[in-house]
Design a protein around this ligand. Structure first.
Ligand SMILES: Nc1nc2c(ncn2[C@@H]2O[C@H](COP(=O)(O)OP(=O)(O)OP(=O)(O)O)[C@@H](O)[C@H]2O)c(=O)[nH]1
Length: 703
């Protein structure tokens, strides 16, 4: 079965353009797929001159023909189009309303002119249908038609060379060789008679048209012959657009997807009675169509299944092969655009492609940034794990950070390369910088934590190794207390510092930081000692009293004293006080620097040997200038190292003496009691005599 020609009314007689009909026609004959490979053939001629009949025979179309028996009257109104059946490439036939004015008013030639201009602007080949007997006739029916055609051709801003195929109907016995020159002469005469604008005054006819002539026998009288010759003519429409084909000039051709819009636009311009600038029109059609194609491709991209799947996947985590998948989706639509837009003006096509490209890239960019976010956080997390594992394996801190950073940055760079698309030069450097900053910050916080942990450990070690021994040394309060304390502090500090220094070597600290850390440790050790000394100094009264009671109540063999007459309480008291004062002198100041001082000497001379007793307030004022303990500082000792000021020493001493007074009094009483109990017994000699003489003689002797 032969395919349908889809005959459609394109323009109604009242000038209305059938847009929906044309769109339907374009779809049905699949015109949009043709690119530039299609041709348009129009037919003009006097009314009822057998135009529809010819087209139907020539192209197997089904335009309405007049019934042969009802007489010659108008059947084709307005403009019709149909697909030429079986002609390659796709060829569209356009049947124009006849130009005979019989059915319309004499002056009403506007539609004729408009449709002629339309046919010239849209078609590659225009068939001029004419009766053979009109050739050479002054009053020929086609004369006004040709005048019109030539006139409207001038209104095309820049002409395209249209093929005018004159079809001579009902040829007579007059040989064709005779007819053709006469016809060409007629044409030339008409052309010469047409008023031309200045620009075309001397343009030859052949610049506008290439003329072909063919003669056919009568369809009614020599039907078979007619069909035969029409079949031959039909052959000339095959591959009409190829070089040397019937449609010579293809410069003005509008790509098939733009045909519908272009035809509508041309008709609009014609109706508005404006001149037709075909090159400008072509650019306009290209602009509108390329934009439409670009929008269509963009909308398809937005709802593309692969895209939606990719976008969803990237929300939950990094997507392997992101760049490849995205590129492939974008390329699909860009190449589809290219395929459709290729036939349009190159400049317009390219600029609309760029717009489509940047719009599409803007659209997919958020997915790319999400992907980059995943890559960044994954690289950071992997860095944390790598660093921890490396440290757990005993790796040095700085080198572990270095290798873990390198691995993570490399991982990120690979991810970036995988996520990148060739179409866009999206810059990953800011994300990379942020990752580097995050990695550095994490490494630095771990370093701080590790260093402070180490620091705390060494501080604990110092506290443990210093507190107890220092306490013991200070409590002894001996001559060498501070020398020993100094030695102990120096030794423990050096041990801790050298161990700490070895432990932090792997951190590759800069010189300033490491010097500062060592100094902190030294300061800490010193602080431990100073703190202990302060604690001990705060309890000095208890210590002094303890010392006093130890020396006072126990003898040199640590045996409790019995207060017999033999005990020299005064001397023992002095010794005990002296030991306590010695303790006070040790605890009065911190002596961590090896520097001689006169504290002990001053205390002993003032408190043990001194005889000055200050009673009245006036005396106290005088004493302040002369009495050595009336001061809040020790000579040669800084206030920071002072634990007990001279004034405090003095008042402590007074209190100490008062509080130990009782022990001394008790001892004196005990000694007294001991003495008296010895007096109650008879003298030793009388007991001895009694023992030798016996009681009676002793009594006698007594008498
Ligand atoms: N003498 C003659 N008559 C023909 C020929 N071809 C068609 N006719 C007749 O001419 C009449 C008009 O035919 P159509 O094909 O409708 O003519 P048309 O030019 O399309 O007419 P409109 O569309 O009304 O302008 C019909 O009666 C046909 O039979 C031909 O080659 N010679």
């Amino acid at each position: 079965m032969e395919e349908d020609c889809c005959a459609t009314q394109l323009i109604y007689r009242d000038g209305e353009f059938n847009s929906s009909g044309l769109d339907r026609f374009v779809k049905e004959v699949k015109l949009a797929e043709c690119g530039l490979s299609y041709a348009v053939v129009a037919i003009m001629g006097p009314q009822s001159s057998g135009k529809s009949t010819l087209l139907n025979h020539l192209f197997h179309t089904k335009f309405r023909e007049m019934d042969a028996y009802s007489g010659r009257s108008q059947t084709t109104k307005g403009i019709w189009i149909a697909k030429c059946v079986g002609i390659e490439p796709c060829t569209i036939a356009m049947d124009l309303e006849g130009t005979d004015g019989r059915e319309r008013g004499e002056d009403d030639t506007t539609f004729e002119k408009q449709s002629a201009l339309f046919a010239l602007a849209v078609s590659d080949i225009v068939l001029i249908n004419m009766w053979c007997h009109d050739i050479g006739r002054e009053q020929a029916a086609n004369k006004p038609l040709l005048k019109t055609v030539f006139q409207v051709m001038m209104r095309l801003f820049s002409p395209r060379k249209t093929t005018l195929l004159f079809v001579i109907r009902d040829k007579t016995k007059t040989p064709f060789e005779y007819l053709e020159p006469v016809l060409r002469e007629d044409i030339q005469k008409i052309w010469d008679g047409v008023p031309k604008p200045q620009a075309h005054k001397s343009t030859p006819f052949s610049d506008f048209f290439s003329v072909e002539v063919v003669a056919l026998p009568s369809c009614e009288e020599k039907e078979e012959k007619f069909k035969e010759e029409v079949a031959q003519l039909r052959q000339r429409f095959f591959h009409s657009i190829s070089p040397g084909g019937l449609s010579g000039d293809r410069r003005g051709v509008v790509p098939a997807t733009g045909f519908s819009f272009s035809a509508r636009q041309i008709w609009k311009v014609i109706k508005e009675n404006k001149d037709l600038d075909l090159p400008a029109h072509k650019v306009m059609v290209a602009t509108v169509r390329c934009e439409e194609i670009a929008n269509q491709k963009f909308n398809q991209l937005v709802y593309d299944e692969d895209w939606l799947a990719l976008e969803e996947a990237v929300q939950t985590g990094p997507v392997q092969g992101f760049g490849k998948r995205l590129s492939s989706i974008l390329c699909t639509y860009l190449s589809e655009y290219d395929m459709e837009a290729i036939y349009f003006d190159e400049g317009v096509g390219n600029s609309k492609r760029q717009l489509l490209e940047s719009k599409a890239l803007d659209f997919v960019y958020p997915a790319y940034t999400t992907m980059m976010g995943h890559l960044r956080s994954k690289a950071l997390e992997d860095f944390k794990v790598r660093l921890e594992q490396s440290l757990n394996r005993g790796g040095e801190f700085a080198s572990s950070v270095r290798t873990s950073t390198q691995s993570s940055m490399l991982e990120f760079d690979k991810g970036c390369a995988d996520a990148a698309i060739q179409l866009a030069d999206w810059d990953a450097s800011r994300v990379r910088e942020k990752l580097k900053r995050d990695i550095d910050a994490h490494a630095s916080s771990i370093r701080s934590a590790k260093l402070s942990e180490l620091n705390i450990n060494y501080e604990k070690q110092l506290s443990a190794s210093l507190t107890g021994p220092v306490e013991a040394l200070l409590e002894t309060g001996g001559k060498d207390t501070w020398t020993s304390t100094r030695k102990l502090l120096n030794h423990e500090t050096e041990v801790a510092v050298s161990e700490f220094s070895a432990a932090v070597a792997g951190f590759e600290l800069d010189k300033d930081t490491s010097t500062k850390m060592m100094q902190n440790l030294r300061d800490y050790a010193r602080n431990v000692v100073e703190k202990k000394a302060r604690e001990e100094a705060a309890n000095i009264m208890i210590h002094m009293k303890d010392r006093f009671s130890t020396v006072f109540n126990y003898d040199s063999d640590s045996m409790p004293r019995v207060w017999t007459e033999k005990e020299d309480i005064r001397s023992i008291t002095k010794g005990a006080r002296s030991a306590s004062l010695k303790l006070l002198s040790v605890m009065a100041a911190i002596r961590l620097e090896e520097k001689p001082d006169n504290i002990e000497k001053l205390l002993f001379s003032s408190l043990m040997d001194g005889t000055v007793t200050v009673s009245s307030s006036q005396d106290r004022r005088i004493a302040a200038s002369t009495y050595p303990l009336a001061s809040s500082t020790w000579e040669g000792v800084s206030s920071k190292d002072t634990l007990i000021t001279p004034v405090q020493c003095k008042s402590l001493w007074r209190q100490f003496k008062a509080e130990t007074e009782y022990s001394v009094t008790q001892a004196i009483s005990a000694q007294e009691a001991h003495k008296q109990s010895n007096n109650w017994w008879p003298p030793l000699w009388s007991i001895m005599v009694m023992f030798v003489l016996g009681l009676d003689e002793f009594m006698l002797l007594l008498k």
